[in-house]
Design a protein around this ligand. Structure first.
Ligand SMILES: [Fe+2]
Ligand SMILES: [Fe+2]
Length: 151
């Protein structure tokens, strides 16, 4: 992360919020395919989720977090490095899940194997939810207030 390449805009905030919903939807579609033993689609949806998540994180790290850092002393628990650490943790989890999804096959994967993958994904979902709540309250909320107050 360096100085902002360009200022954060209200459109960036709207896009990031919209993408949180899109990502949630992709993960749900991936899981629907999983429970149907449609492993090709399940992998495709998870790969799309991973690509969009990477792009999403890039926008947050290249534009929103530098703008947030310029607002000055962050509130308690709102340091930039916490967001960066969470991004790294989330992406690491997604890589692990992708590796598992690539190993699925109708011939060799049991129902128990699908259940155990869905349970691991529930932990990713909890992590994402917690992260997005923090972004909403700290990052997006403060940037929105700063934009509204700007001349
Ligand atoms: Fe994020
Ligand atoms: Fe986000």
């Amino acid at each position: 992360m360096s100085s902002p390449r360009r200022p954060a805009t209200a459109a960036d905030l709207a896009l990031v919020r919209e993408e949180h919903r899109v990502l949630e939807d992709l993960l749900r579609r991936h899981q629907e395919a999983l429970v149907g033993f449609e492993f090709g689609s399940a992998l495709g949806e998870l790969e799309e989720f991973s690509r969009r998540l990477r792009r999403h994180i890039r926008l947050e790290e290249d534009v929103l977090l530098p703008a947030y850092a310029e607002l000055g002393q962050p509130p308690r628990g709102g340091a930039v490095r916490f967001f960066l650490e969470e991004h790294a943790q989330i992406q690491e989890r997604v890589e692990e899940l992708l590796a598992s999804a690539r190993g699925l096959s109708v011939g060799s994967t049991s129902r128990a194997g699908v259940v155990s993958l869905i349970e691991r994904e529930a932990r990713l979902k909890a992590l994402l939810e917690h992260h997005e709540q923090r972004e909403e309250k700290l990052l997006l909320g403060r940037l929105a207030a700063a934009l509204a107050a700007a001349p």
